[in-house]
Ligand binder design. Sequence first.
Ligand SMILES: [Zn+2]
Ligand SMILES: [Zn+2]
Length: 118
Amino acid sequence: MKAMVLTGIRQMEMIDVPEPRIEKDNEALIKIKVIGVCGSDVHYYVDGKIGSQVVQYPYRVGHECSGIVEKIGSAVNRVKVGDLVAIDPAQWCGACDQCKIGRENTCRNRNRSQYLTD
Ligand SMILES: [Zn+2]
Ligand SMILES: [Zn+2]
């Protein structure tokens, strides 16, 4: 399949990438229908980084998106094929002080994209 990726500061390119597939039982495959441009995406495009997080190219922007569930792993039970879903790519720990007061968006142990470095 094709994907538009960042290849440098203010540079984007359409490249061939492998078809996405379910690799773990707890994953779902989503057919993306709508993508928002986040402030983070703008920083990645203009500066190639946000603070100490530096983009490693090629990098796919568009982490705020929604779509339709196409396939689910055998352990998935909260969505089913055909569901319309919105995607929050951040995973929070549920144990830090921020999570315990309901501010999962500022979790101190939130996962980070595998394409960024500190
Ligand atoms: Zn964002
Ligand atoms: Zn947390």
